[in-house]
Design a protein around this ligand. Sequence first.
Ligand SMILES: [Zn+2]
Length: 325
Amino acid sequence: MSTRHQRPAAFGAAAFALAMAISPLATPPAQATSAAMHQVVQLELAASSARPATAALATKPKPPRDPAKSDVLVNKKYPLVPRQYVPRLTEIPGTGIRLQPPAAKAYKNLVAAARRDGVNIRLTSGYRSYAVQKGLLEKYTRAYGSTYARRIAAKPGSSEHQTGLAIDVGNHNRACALQACFATTKIGKWMAKNAPRHGFILRYPKGMESVTGYAYEPWHFRYVGTAQAKAMAGSTSKTLEHFYGVAPAPGPTATKPSAPKSGTVKNTRKTTANLNLRRGPSTGTTIIRTVPRGSAVRLTGKKSGSWVQGTHRGATGWMSSRYLR
Ligand SMILES: [Zn+2]
């Protein structure tokens, strides 16, 4: 068979599964693989302990932290102050969902504008209290383990939903609910195009997980006010972190200046098989893409068992370290 010379796009699902099943034949003997894995782990530990995160931020401007204001930055690094903050809230009629009054007003205008375009948006989440977020994280931790749970749910006190400024939207028939394919639905497309006019930004864009801390969420929008949303839309800032100057420099420039520029950079690996990049550290999670054999992958330094997190052409996900060299 010559399947290993073909590209994954040419595979049917069954043929691809077969290729994955036979691909270990093409990898080094077990001993070499195990030695390579040991090395992977050691290098990752070295990389993560050497990360100069706080030092690099020392000279950067301080982002807005007042959760009563629409420009507040809330993420894993900048939690709410105080952590158990409760905003002033108003209910969106007929939904049982509450938002801060300016966000609620903007949302009503957004819904009316969408309806004029024949788009009927369903609001699925708004304000979530500290206690509700705590319960959500505990539920996901029981179901998926703590590593993956923390990737998909914020710790209580660090969720944007606790500000009352964030919304999750969906389709009334639940199509692509909380999935990347939501972006391809009529509502997903309308929101991506029109939300900034109403003061809402797509908060977790594609390929920005290393900056925002979250995978692509085309359903999650954040109220920042129309002036800022329009300013961001007209700028090169893809995220709030970029807009406030607290994002790490993108791509290869994030590596240390002393590091060599070629594929010999410490945290770069090559795939030894057509390798699935997944949303979580388990074969039960969604495949983001299949990375062709021989491709370069940058490791983020995060790992879970034999799984490591890496980036391939702007997409960040998890892959088995067994097929990396
Ligand atoms: Zn959300």
